[in-house]
Write a protein that binds this ligand. Sequence first.
Ligand code: NAD
Ligand code: UD1
Length: 342
Amino acid sequence: MQQKIILVTGGAGYIGSHTCVALAQAGYRPLLFDNFSNSDPSVIERLTQLIGPSLLVLRGDIRDLATLKEIFQTYPCYAVIHLAGVKAVGESVAKPLDYYDINVTGSLVLLKAMKQAGVSRLVFSSSAAVYGEKTIPPFQEQALLDPINPYGRSKLMIEKIINDLYHANTLQSVLSLRYFNPIGAHPSGFIGETPTGTPNNLLPYLMQVAAGIRKKLFIFGNDYPTADGTAVRDYIHVMDLAQGHVLALQKTEQREGCWTFNLGRGRGSSVLEVIDAFEQASGQNIPYEVIQRRPGDVAASWADPTAAQQQLGWSATYNLEMMCAHSWHWQCHLDSLKVQRK
Ligand code: NAD
Ligand code: UD1
């Protein structure tokens, strides 16, 4: 039987590359589409080693309608998994126009091209950032949606646009997946996260401290109303997240509908707990200093993943120690793999 081709926008990125591996393992043929603005083209070679030569790769921008039209004319895409976008919360506050342009306009152009080509199945990368700070965790999908930064607002706008397209019968089957905090890497050590410049996120920064690239970790506040005073997040292994996309895709094959699911483990870990788990997994000591809170951070965020468990048959399989071990394994491989740090 011929493999179904799945267009994966942002497929060269952190979550996209792991999703391509999970798709190939499940028997799909990923068509990776990326402009490499936040990824290193060397990932293609490493992905090909993991997946084999069936991986299709095209370079381009999601805001380029002509290119997308050509792709849909050339390849019979069964569905689209849309991950391309920008994701740094702080940067989104400083550069809202860029965030709305790439995330919202980019999604609109993609959706237009899908409509013209008659591609009506979509899985979209949303974020826990759509919930904001007024809701007390665990967050259920029906909770108040009140994002506190342009990044979160851009994700919520896209969710609403695709819901409208479903109700207008333009999309037949569509899922928005609200990711919590993906960390970890493929167990092979071949692919992982390669942040640009100084990492914004906790794990990439921690990994560079452990590797001796940075002197110490700065903990953003220890005066939160949490058990140890540091902020709490729902960390989830990127391969568990990738598997969530496979199940989401299978859902689009089974029935028509429009769904939104949290993808998180349903338990929170504080910054200090993550440091502890990482020290154990890596055998490295992590020096740190507590500084003031980071603007825009919520005290605690974790998912209620019941809906994804019941309706997608999805659940997270890796614990925090395994996530840290795989992150460290990846960090140790980076130099030998000659991955460019921009
Ligand atoms: P990433 O930056 O590693 O991957 C995004 C990819 O999209 C990159 O390879 C980049 O080059 C590409 N891209 C960016 N703009 C593009 C454009 N205009 N046209 C084509 N390609 C473009 O990020 P990631 O962590 O893999 O995140 C993937 C998606 O998941 C994003 O939409 C992000 O908002 C969402 N998300 C991420 C997290 C997280 O913590 N990593 C959490 C929630 C949601
Ligand atoms: C946020 C968003 C998430 C988004 C992601 C992408 C929320 C609730 N989550 O995740 O949806 O996709 O950004 O960038 O808005 N920390 C430190 N020191 C550091 C780095 C982080 O103490 O050097 C702390 C933070 O204060 C936070 C935790 O570690 O409490 C996790 O931070 P981070 O990895 O940046 O992710 P979020 O901000 O939770």
